[in-house]
Design a binder for this molecule. Structure first.
Ligand SMILES: [Zn+2]
Length: 254
């Protein structure tokens, strides 16, 4: 991918609108190109800053209605003056601007919470696909949890619980350091028949326990839950019911 292409797609990338292949191409380009990586970091920081502060700017109740009626009044006044065609134009531009602002407010407020979860689901799937593509499935290939768990010591600021569910048909394959959503995370890799499962784990200090949420992306199932102040993201092409069974096993052990 060229810098020109990367710059064209960069907003879509930051907004999570690109497909998986494009996403991976962009990631690869950022690895190779400090200039574009820099632009990406700035856009990303700006977006994070905006999404962090937006929920506090709730439009006051009735704002949209008041703006609309004022615009209507301005329009009516303008329509009486045949020679003042420019007033029409300005009223039109003002109306478009107001609607844009109100629209943006709405979109921002609506996409607030689901947006970040959506983005995370996308990153979790990208992490899963990357691990399968790059022949870098594990950093510590082992089916022994007493080998995998200590391996993370000193590499992360937390210690993930590592379970062994071989007797239930989910074999531990190993562990890997991954990087999701601007932070290093533990990736625990399990296998069910021919299906690989990536379980991403990292702390969620301010969040209370949640139920398992299931979404799907690009043909992969993504399960997410919070337990004991830890985030869990499970990604695989295995069918959702077996993934649910696996999630239930994990939840029992921590
Ligand atoms: Zn570039």
């Amino acid at each position: 991918m060229s810098c020109g292409e990367a710059r064209e797609l960069i907003h879509g990338y930051v907004d999570g609108e690109l497909d998986l292949v494009r996403n991976l191409e962009m990631e690869r380009h950022f690895h190779e190109c400090p200039g574009c990586a820099n632009v990406h970091e700035r856009l990303r920081a700006m977006r994070l800053a905006m999404s962090g502060s937006m929920p506090y700017f709730q439009p006051p109740a009735g704002l949209e209605r008041r703006l609309r009626s004022q615009l209507r009044a301005a329009n009516d006044a303008g329509s009486g003056l045949r020679s003042a065609g420019w007033q029409w134009q300005w009223a039109g531009i003002a109306a478009a601007l107001v609607l844009t602002v109100v629209g943006t407010w709405r979109v921002t407020l609506m996409s607030q919470q689901p947006g970040s979860a959506e983005e995370l689901a996308g990153e979790a799937v990208a992490g899963h696909v990357r691990s399968l593509m790059a022949t870098h499935l594990t950093d510590v290939p082992s089916s022994d949890r007493h080998t995998v768990k200590p391996w993370f010591n000193g590499k992360l600021d937390f210690s993930p619980a590592v379970g062994d569910f071989k007797d239930r048909g989910f074999t531990l394959v190993g562990g890997r350091l991954d990087y999701l959503y601007n932070r290093p995370v533990a990736a625990l890799v399990y296998q069910r028949q021919q299906h690989i499962i990536n379980l991403f784990v990292w702390p969620a200090p301010e969040r209370s326990d949640s139920q398992i949420q299931l979404t799907s992306r690009h043909g992969y199932s993504v399960l997410h839950w919070v337990r004991s102040q830890m985030n869990y993201w499970e990604v695989s092409d295995l069918n959702p019911s077996e993934l649910n069974e696996f999630a239930a096993l994990i939840r029992k052990t921590n």
